[in-house]
Design a protein around this ligand. Structure first.
Ligand code: NAD
Length: 344
């Protein structure tokens, strides 16, 4: 089956973020026309966000200005605009000026721990921002809205692997509560206005250009600097670490309608590797590849955190032929190679 599109125009929100950047890159390789938006918030180092945009041919000076349309220098099909999803005045204009066929919403206030101290940021970006986007999708007859949810909606679910059939009424962080809210809001809009929506519950995504607030980055950074790493719950945690290329492949399959086996208007899928890794084994793999022994400071379980995640991805395999196949050893190697190159 051909991966080429007929120049379908797609809006990607969170385009300066980790997953958004990789998705835009792949879409451009497949000849899609892409408009990327992001508010470039300072939750983590904004230089990393601007450097991702630079990779996509976007000039920083121009991209710093809100609402300025910045054309990529080396990708004809890519325009970036700094926009806040909460901006109820500008978003409808953006949709009116562009004939988007599909929207992929990756913009959000991410991170579990930060939501304990900054709950407002989560409601603003993830609930108010998402509502604004839904309204635009409704008013501009968008064919398909794909949006990021999270494995955190499972809370302390004990049954493994986690299935979209499991009860998710017990989030343990406000971040998780806003992601669950997105799923409910999408359901309402699919039902009331016949908008096709697909929610994706991402499971601990890692890889080159990854987020500085996540374990892969924090551990590597500390170990390279010969500083101690913080290990929560005394290391007794498991995560379904999922490599960025597998995530992007999965999203692309969902964007390409010819791949789909299900005609549902409202859909929800897990997107993970489905092979959980013990945190201590993950640390050992980083040690092995860096050639550095980690100094570990042990901490108790953190509020809002969960003990383990494990995605059941059978329905995504069945409906779209999703096939994650990057082993952790390869993913860690690729991350470390990028990290060394970027920070030296
Ligand atoms: N990375 C993971 O492991 C993971 C796991 C589960 C869910 N997710 C979800 O996937 C999506 C992408 O995550 P990521 O890892 O790329 O995070 P990221 O923080 O790198 O990217 C999100 C981007 O959205 C932008 N943004 C935030 N609020 C905005 C707003 N109100 N308006 C416009 N832009 C805004 C940020 O500036 C950032 O660049 C998020 O929705 C996140 O919650 C990620």
């Amino acid at each position: 089956m051909s991966e080429k599109s007929d120049q379908t125009k797609i809006l990607v929100t969170g385009a300066a973020g980790f997953i958004g950047f990789h998705l835009v890159k792949k879409l451009l390789n497949l000849d899609y026309e892409v408009v990327g938006i992001d508010n470039i918030n300072d939750y983590y180092d904004i230089d990393l966000k601007y450097d991702r945009l630079k990779e996509l041919g976007i000039d920083r000076k121009a991209a710093e200005n809100f609402h300025e349309k910045v054309q990529s220098k080396h990708q004809l099909g890519f325009t970036f605009i700094r926009v806040n999803l909460e901006d109820r005045g500008y978003l409808p204009k953006l949709f009116a000026e562009n004939n988007f066929e599909q929207v992929c919403n990756l913009a959000a206030q991410a991170g579990v721990r930060y939501s304990i101290k900054n709950p407002e940021a989560y409601v603003d970006s993830n609930v108010v921002g998402f509502l604004n986007l839904l309204e635009c999708c409704r008013n501009h007859k968008i064919k398909h809205l794909i949006y990021a949810s999270s494995s955190s909606v499972y809370g302390q679910n004990e049954k493994v692997p986690f299935s979209v059939e499991d009860n998710v009424d017990h989030p343990v962080s406000l971040y998780a509560a806003t992601k669950k809210s997105n799923e409910l809001m999408a359901h309402t809009y699919s039902h009331l206005y016949d908008i096709k929506t697909t929610g994706l519950r991402f499971f601990t995504v890692y890889g080159p250009w990854g987020r500085p607030d996540m374990a892969m980055f924090l551990f590597t950074d500390a170990m390279v600097k010969k500083k101690p790493i913080k290990v929560f719950n005394n290391g007794d945690l498991e995560r379904d670490f999922t490599y960025i290329d597998d995530i992007v492949e999965g999203i692309i399959k969902i964007i390409q309608p010819e791949n789909e086996n299900s005609k549902a208007r409202y859909s929800l899928y897990n997107i993970g590797n489905s092979k959980p890794v013990k945190l201590m084994d993950f640390i050992r793999e980083i040690e092995r590849q860096l050639g550095v022994e980690a100094q570990m400071d042990m901490y108790p379980m953190q509020p809002g955190d969960v003990n383990r995640t494990w995605a059941d991805v059978e329905s995504l395999k069945e409906d779209f032929g999703y096939n994650p196949n990057t082993p952790v050893s390869t993913g860690v190697k690729n991350f470390i190679e990028w990290f060394r190159k970027y920070y030296t």
